[in-house]
Design a protein around this ligand. Structure first.
Ligand SMILES: Cc1cc2nc3c(=O)[nH]c(=O)nc-3n(C[C@H](O)[C@H](O)[C@H](O)COP(=O)(O)OP(=O)(O)OC[C@H]3O[C@@H](n4cnc5c(N)ncnc54)[C@H](O)[C@@H]3O)c2cc1C
Length: 519
């Protein structure tokens, strides 16, 4: 197996990985690895925008208060302060790189409203904010002489011993070869795991790879029971780029779209006085309740003020492709998995519980979101903590420890067919959506856990060299599914994104008590 060396090894080319890479000092060699092409990420699909307290009416205290309230006594106050304060500087950096956030007719930045925000504070580029950010940052990345980009390379395993990380083994999906990368520091910015659920908004590669690798290497994983469901997605008749559900951003509700049931009733007010602008968990559960009574639920954009097509061009076009004209008809919606709130536990500089192993962005759990993520705080978190990771890594001295020896190239002992890989993945996704989704009971979670553990044992020792990524993603999704289910069984209450039918109330004695797992 070939061995290479670098100062910094980064996995992920979403906003977290890109900001980290661009913030590493120029005198350090960086290898940035992405399992797909650079734009393959959740970031690329982010629509609504970035929350930041920069308008004249707003301030960081208000942003902090909204974030803490939404997190329901599980967010870390110091971390949230860092987010809202340093977030302002990171947005200025982004503007400096060339991201053109929308402005109003007076050439002032236009801040949108989103649910559970007490002020209009969402900066955006129409409804393709993530796409614009990715394009600008990738352009910048390609100018940097100290950064080597490896696309279509897959994080296979981390090289760790005695809670110290020495780098990773990566798999080249084009040549089917492995390489050992020894690195002074290793950073995971590998995103979420929405593909563990049958209905989700995530890009096809959102399979929790970094999280599973960190768990297998002995890092602490925290708060996995909190998987945020987004209330408003449409079900596509045909998959597009592997995506079955297309998200309709919360920003449309901030701009006046309403949610109604089959009889035209705005039923959300029965659940929360904020109606359509209540937090996502409340809206998702209310919609599911309605669907369970046999009703359909619709998002109605027809009465919105202003030019809907101009404000939300991507949503308009995608709905039209699916045969839905949002300017004419209400569209049928369904709540779907969206965002991994838990993740690899890190400190405020992004270091995990393993030395020299860092994590940032959606794969990390630094303590911002608590039990529920406030809309549009995610891109901000990626930037703030990606930047902090880089600052921390910039100060590291050379590691003189000796790396453990690595086994030879992985051999195909027992072949697992592509057909079996897909069937097993579909079964996992279906069980997770039905039994460990928006509403959970002990019995169904226990059954799911048993199924996952049995299936994991069955595939242990199997491999598929030709379809390495698909095989490994399944393996990782099973790991993520197990961690979500075990965490959800452990938390005997309902709070934010975690709702148990058998424990429907919040238990205040569990305030600031986290669920953690280590292998
Ligand atoms: C449809 C949609 C809309 C959203 N809208 C918003 C919004 O408006 N505002 C907001 O704040 N948030 C939004 N979010 C959430 C936000 O986009 C994500 O949380 C954020 O972009 C995550 O960024 P990231 O860099 O952590 O991960 P990602 O952007 O998902 O990037 C992960 C990277 O890791 C790489 N990777 C993964 N596994 C491996 C592996 N095994 N080996 C090598 N590389 C690997 C991938 O190739 C990819 O480059 C939205 C999410 C979705 C899905």
């Amino acid at each position: 197996m070939e061995t290479i060396k670098t100062d910094v090894l980064i996995f992920g080319s979403g906003v977290a990985g890109l900001i980290t890479a661009l913030s590493i000092s120029n005198d350090k060699n960086v290898i940035l690895v992405s399992k797909a092409r650079l734009r393959g990420s959740n970031t690329y699909y982010a629509q609504g925008g970035v929350a930041v307290a920069l308008s004249d009416l707003d301030n960081v205290e208000k942003h902090k208060k909204d974030t803490l309230e939404t997190g329901i006594h599980l967010s870390d106050e110091e971390i949230v302060s860092i987010l809202v304060t340093e977030g302002r500087d990171r947005i200025k950096d982004l503007i400096g790189y060339g991201v053109n956030f929308d402005k109003n007719s007076s050439a002032q930045y236009e801040f949108r409203q989103e649910a559970a925000h007490s002020e209009r504070r969402i900066l955006h580029v129409a409804d393709k904010t993530g796409n614009s950010i990715e394009n600008v940052l990738i352009k910048e990345l390609k100018k940097r002489k100290n950064i080597v980009i490896l696309e279509k390379h897959f994080l296979e395993e981390l090289i760790c011993r005695d809670e110290f990380c020495f780098g990773a083994v990566i798999y080249n999906s084009l040549t089917s070869t492995e390489t050992i990368v020894h690195s002074n520091s290793t950073i995971l910015a590998t995103g979420g795991a929405g593909q563990v659920y049958e209905k989700n908004t995530n890009w096809i590669g959102s399979t929790g790879d970094g999280l599973a690798a960190a768990y297998n290497a002995g890092a602490i994983i925290r708060d996995m029971e909190f998987y945020q469901f987004h209330p408003t997605a449409i079900q596509l008749k045909k998959k597009r780029r592997g995506i079955k559900n297309f998200l309709i951003s919360e920003a449309v509700r901030g701009e006046g779209a309403i949610i109604v049931n089959s009889t035209g009733e705005r039923f959300l007010f029965q659940y929360d006085h904020r109606g359509e602008l209540a937090p996502r968990d409340i809206v998702s559960r209310a919609i599911l309740n309605e669907i369970e009574t046999g009703a359909n639920v619709y998002l109605d954009l027809t009465k919105m003020e202003g030019n809907v097509k101009a404000k939300f061009p991507v949503i308009y076009r995608n709905c039209l492709k699916a045969g839905l004209d949002i300017t004419v008809d209400p569209i049928q919606i369904v709540p779907v998995a969206h965002y991994m709130i838990g993740g690899i536990l890190t400190d405020k500089d992004g270091e995990t519980t393993i030395n020299r192993l860092y994590a940032c962005g959606e794969c990390a759990c630094v303590g911002v979101h608590g039990a529920n993520r406030l809309a549009s705080n995610s891109l901000l978190e990626c930037m703030v903590f990606g930047y902090r990771v880089a600052q921390s890594v910039n100060k590291l001295s050379k590691n003189n420890k000796k790396s453990p020896l690595i086994k030879q190239q992985k051999q195909e002992r027992e072949h697992m067919s592509l057909y079996t890989i897909f069937n097993t993945k579909n079964e996992l996704q279906s069980r997770m959506y039905r039994f460990v989704g928006i509403k959970r009971t002990l019995k169904s979670m226990q059954n799911t856990l048993l199924w996952i553990q049995k299936t994991t044992k069955t595939i242990d020792g199997s491999f598929n060299k030709k379809y390495y990524a698909q095989f490994k993603e399944l393996d990782n999704l099973l790991c993520v599914g197990e961690l979500i289910t075990r965490s959800a069984i452990e938390r005997k209450e309902s709070r934010g994104a975690h709702f148990r039918i058998d424990y429907p109330e919040i238990d205040n004695s569990l305030d600031y008590i986290h669920t953690s797992f280590v292998k």
